[in-house]
Design a binder for this molecule. Structure first.
Ligand SMILES: C[S@@+](CC[C@H](N)C(=O)[O-])C[C@H]1O[C@@H](n2cnc3c(N)ncnc32)[C@H](O)[C@@H]1O
Length: 436
């Protein structure tokens, strides 16, 4: 591979030795496009990933100093269900970073920083996939976020499953065999189409786009299963068709029917367990359709045997994402969350605005008591404590703030108990102090 010459600091260094920002060397001077208004005011209790709590909401107003007419920059974004948010971990407290870090999921063990989502990295840049609730003028409203209030946002990009999710990519088979037979790490947990892969987990909330995506994957899974159970004979097409129409019915029930123009090639490749292609040895025979052999193609409601093009150019398969087991397997099981009767009462009071500063709407981000309760449960169930706290300060009370609720809780064996919920003394600021 062609190696880029290291652009040493000299060409960009000022006489005092500082590094001048230049685009070509990658010393970019960033300018936040806005500062996030988030339901989380401090790091403590903020979800570690966006998938943890779908009711965690935020708003981002594009600064007028970036675009005179911020709404112009958001034109068309409302057509997307999810967006990538690139931001600065501005509350890291320091700029230092280490090559190895201790992610909470490894329970104190170390791993390379680039194998993690640690905030402490050479460039303190975070990446979150959030659900786009709405676009209003020069502002976007998000949910399923893991950033704190005031987070400087550098960029917004639309999430496009076809580009951003390996499940939607097609890969040439020759390379795939090489990669999987020779370079696959031993301890991996593979997405098998039945469990949610990380890519799916990133998608927060339960909306049509997500259902569509997962249904599409179920269809694919169904196809794979159908292929394993059938010997690609034309006579088995009926069975496959039945299986697919069951999946389709399910998709229709969910209101997420695949686009009509989509045709699903069900016989392009036969997959082994976990979606990996079976080797001829495992298989006894190479079951890939040979040139001239047909392929079962779903067109609308019918399955037809269609001849493969000569020679078959599409020796491709859908790729799966692979993540190490430690990412998927939390060190502890999800915690049970319970509320004391006192905390339940606090929550009701807070939701109805019946607190000391009565009349003021208590929640700014949550739309109901149920949402607030769900969010608290989601945060606690994922055990937001640091490894240090989990191991050495088990008995200490844990505090966190979400929306305008300040929560006091404690952790026991396998559970978290909410003891008290009160209105935060600090109102959640909603304006960008840096904008004129
Ligand atoms: C593990 S990071 C992951 C962020 C992002 N999803 C990513 O992968 O880059 C999420 C944690 O960063 C912390 N955090 C969120 N916003 C922050 C900010 N602006 N500055 C520093 N830390 C922040 C919170 O403690 C949160 O739990």
């Amino acid at each position: 591979m062609h190696r880029l010459e290291e652009p040493g600091p000299r060409p960009t260094a000022t006489p005092c030795g500082c590094v001048k920002p230049t685009l070509e060397t990658g010393n970019l001077l960033t300018e936040p496009i806005g500062y996030l208004e988030s339901c989380f005011s401090v790091k403590n209790g903020t979800p570690r990933q966006p998938s943890i709590c779908s009711y965690s909401r935020a708003c981002l107003r594009i600064r007028k100093s970036i675009f005179n007419n911020p709404e112009h920059s958001l034109m068309g974004l409302e057509q997307f269900s999810h967006v990538w948010i690139l931001f600065v971990f501005h509350k890291n407290g320091h700029l230092s970073y280490k090559a190895k870090v201790q992610p909470p999921r490894l329970n104190g063990a170390k791993i390379g920083v680039f194998s993690t989502r640690s905030p402490h990295r050479p460039n303190a840049i975070g990446l979150t996939l959030a659900k786009l609730e709405k676009v209003e003028g020069g502002a976007i409203y998000l949910s399923g976020i893991d950033m704190i209030h005031g987070t400087p946002v550098l960029d917004i990009k639309p999430y496009i499953a076809d580009y951003d999710s390996p499940q939607n990519l097609m890969e040439p088979l020759a390379d795939f065999n090489m990669q999987n037979n020779q370079h696959k790490p031993k301890t991996v947990s593979q997405s098998d189409g039945k469990t949610n892969s990380y890519d799916q987990q990133q998608l927060s909330g339960y909306d049509a786009a997500q259902l569509y995506q997962s249904t599409k994957e179920k269809l694919k899974c169904c196809e794979d299963r159908a292929l394993e159970e059938n010997d690609l004979k034309h006579s088995d097409a009926t069975e496959i068709q039945q299986c697919l129409s069951r999946c389709r019915e399910r998709a229709t029930d969910l209101g997420v029917e695949p686009r009509s123009h989509q045709s699903l090639n069900v016989a392009e490749e036969k997959m082994g367990p976990h979606g990996l292609e079976k080797t001829p040895q495992e298989e006894g025979t190479d079951r890939r359709p040979r040139s001239g052999e047909g392929a079962l193609v779903v067109q609308g409601d019918s399955v037809e045997m269609q001849p493969m093009p000569h020679p078959c150019p599409a020796r491709t398969r859908m790729t799966d994402s692979i993540v190490p087991a430690w990412v998927k397997e939390a060190p502890t099981a999800p915690l049970q969350v319970r509320f004391t009767p006192h905390a339940e009462m606090d929550l009701q009071q807070l939701s109805s605005g019946g607190t000391s500063d009565a009349g003021q709407a208590s929640f700014r981000y949550f739309r109901s008591t149920e949402e607030a309760k769900y969010a608290i449960e989601a945060v606690l169930s994922a055990d937001p404590r640091s490894v240090y706290r989990r191991k050495l300060c088990q008995d200490r009370l844990f505090y966190f703030t979400v929306d305008r609720a300040h929560i006091t809780c404690w952790f026991g064996d396998g559970f978290a108990e909410v003891l008290k919920i009160k209105l935060t003394s600090e109102p959640v600021h909603t304006t960008d102090p840096r904008d004129p």
